[in-house]
Design a binder for this molecule. Sequence first.
Ligand code: NAD
Ligand code: UDP
Length: 313
Amino acid sequence: MKRILVTGGAGFVGSHLCERLLNEGNEVISLDNYFTGQKKNIVHLMDNPYFEVVRHDVTMPFFIEVDEIYNLACPASPVHYQYNPIKTVKTSVMGAVNMLGLAKRIRAKILQASTSEVYGDPQVHPQTESYWGHVNPIGTRSCYDEGKRVGETLFMNYHDQNDVRIKIIRIFNTYGTRMHPADGRVVSNFIVQALKGENITVYGEGDQTRSFQYVDDLINGMLKMMATGDDFIGPVNIGNPGEFTILELAQKVIEITGSKSKIIYEPLPSDDPMQRKPDISLAKEKLDWEPKIPLEEGLKKTIAYFDQLLKES
Ligand code: NAD
Ligand code: UDP
């Protein structure tokens, strides 16, 4: 049995990770300040004596003895990370420093939940890990993009300078159950709008692309990455290479829900990347990992979740 710390453990991805780690027989500590996470996401785990919950902000030092750390604490939806951009930078940078300092002291392995946003509005397509990205350092998304880029820098520096055992994954757009209905990300927005019969808000002309990964595939990739030997540290892309335009996504959600919602067009937010698709050759080679859940199947599970949630509210 390993003792594992998950920062951001009450969030969308973090709650799935805690659940899976507990199911595999580990002791898990969730650390969260509940900025975007919810107790509701982890309440079903509370009866497990091997699960502990800590309210704490990663921008402050934290001391504990664990074998592994998954560093997920950071708002991920553009609406939320732009709400208080200074805090987003602090969470990414000071959070990484605090968790890396902890990992150094206790000799724990530490995995960073980085993001495809480090590629910015990419000029290389699909994105390989060797691509340095195209990021506006002073734009509306920069608090998140640059925060995550410095996060990767710090992870590499602690590895090179202090021999900290690091792992970096670059996560591409992930969706699934336990996303917050008011989270503002495209999959949750479209599903909630379709289920409520409201207009579906496509930003821009809807010709920008994203590659959507179901959360279970991401969790498999995270666990496989953490299990690799100390010689493989990443960064490695974890995403589904199936690429769709945002308009196609809207049409798919309408089709699966059978909704009468109409598509409306709203202005494209600034610095919104035009295309995104992971090259996952490295993950296939080093982790023997690839996503298994096609968009349609993942959407059906997510729609069923939101349908139930809306009926309860
Ligand atoms: P989320 O917003 O649901 O979860 C983030 C969690 O971190 C929340 O529980 C929030 O309360 C917590 N948190 C935020 N600031 C904190 C702080 N200062 N101290 C302690 N806790 C704090 O988002 P998510 O989709 O679950 O994302 C999890 C991680 O994965 C993030 O680091 C995100 O950048 C990364 N990621 C996610 C995606 C995706 O598509 N979901 C894509 C790329 C990267
Ligand atoms: N988007 C949209 N309508 C919405 C929410 C998002 O058209 O209601 C678009 C958004 O402009 C972007 C894409 O969907 O081009 C993905 O947005 P999201 O916020 O989910 O993630 P990110 O932009 O960080 O990939």
